[in-house]
Every structure is written in structure tokens, then in C-alpha cells.
Design a protein. Structure first.
Length: 175
């Protein structure tokens, strides 16, 4: 019998997230100069910072290459940021090998076809509520929240609560 996703959360040490459609709502505002602006959720950012500071690995693997996204993520304490990645499977394998992370200890959140093959490698494939049907079909957990609206916070908070680390992080240490 397959483990319930909450049981798998006990073993998660690493979060890997896509950007567009996961940390953003998949929309871009295009300026007259052709720059593409994205909106990110503050609560997602706060949860990623809490995860990093609680000892989890937090990695970004995205096909997009917006440097503003890199700056935002670095300001949250993330150091493993892979942007402009055409082959997410190769990057996933290199990252997990380099850091000696077992794939079964990885929660990966993606939302669309470019994430399909890499998500099948993760121990806990997850997606936002508004992910493509193909992605939803391979997920062990589908957030009740849409991409860019708190889906990342949802999965990080659940993992940290299952592991008893969510309120521990906040108890007098972080306001």
C-alpha cells in the first residue's frame, strides 16, 4: 500500500520549486521595453526563508531567466537557484548528487509540462491547484491554493508542521 502524502512529508529534507506558475501566477506584465515583470507572494517568500533557516535545502529550477527573480530569492536566503534551465532532469540529478540528497527526500512543486519528467523523480511531486491536468495526474499532493497565491507556503508549512518545525521556528526567534 502506498504511503499517504503526510507520511512522506516526514522524510522531506529538500524543496525544489519551479518559478512561473508556482512562485508566480503564470502571468507577466510586459513593459514598453520588453521587460517581463512577475508578482510573487510574500507568504511564499516567508515560508521559503523559514525552511532555509530551519535547515531544509530549498532549490529553484526554472526555464525562465529573469534576474529580478534571482535577486528576490537570494534576499530570502536561497543559494541554489538555477534559471534558464532547458533540462530540469539533468539539473535535478546534478543537484541531488552534489548535495548527497536522495530523490525520495525531495518535494518538487511544478505546474506544467516542462516539469513533468523531473517531477517523476521526486519522492513527493506536488503542484498548485491550477496546474495542468498532466501534472495533476502525477502528483501525490495538489495544493488547494493556486500558483503565486500561496501554494509554496502551503507545502512548506505542511512539511514543517508534520516534522514539528513550523511553530518551533517562530517561538520567540522570528517575528
Amino acid at each position: 500500500m502506498a504511503k499517504h502524502f503526510k507520511e512522506i512529508m516526514n522524510d522531506i529534507t529538500t524543496f525544489i520549486f519551479d518559478v512561473d506558475g508556482v512562485l508566480t501566477d503564470s502571468s507577466v506584465l510586459v513593459t514598453n521595453e520588453g521587460e517581463m515583470l512577475r508578482t510573487m507572494n510574500i507568504r511564499d517568500g516567508y515560508a521559503m526563508k523559514a525552511a532555509v533557516e530551519s535547515g531544509f535545502n530549498v532549490c529553484i529550477i526554472s526555464g525562465g531567466s529573469n534576474e529580478g527573480v534571482r535577486v528576490r530569492l537570494r534576499n530570502l536566503g536561497l543559494t541554489d537557484i538555477y534559471l534558464g534551465i532547458p533540462d530540469k532532469v539533468e539539473t535535478f540529478k546534478a543537484y541531488t548528487d552534489h548535495h548527497n540528497i536522495k530523490p525520495e527526500n525531495v518535494l518538487y512543486m511544478g505546474d506544467d509540462i516542462p516539469d513533468f519528467h523531473v517531477m517523476k523523480l521526486a519522492g513527493l511531486p506536488t503542484c498548485p491547484q491550477d496546474a495542468s491536468p498532466e501534472i495533476k495526474n502525477i502528483c501525490r499532493y495538489i495544493s488547494h491554493v493556486k500558483g503565486g497565491k500561496g501554494a509554496v507556503r502551503d507545502v512548506i508549512e505542511q512539511v514543517m508542521k508534520v516534522q514539528g518545525k513550523w511553530m518551533e521556528y517562530f517561538n520567540g526567534k522570528h517575528d
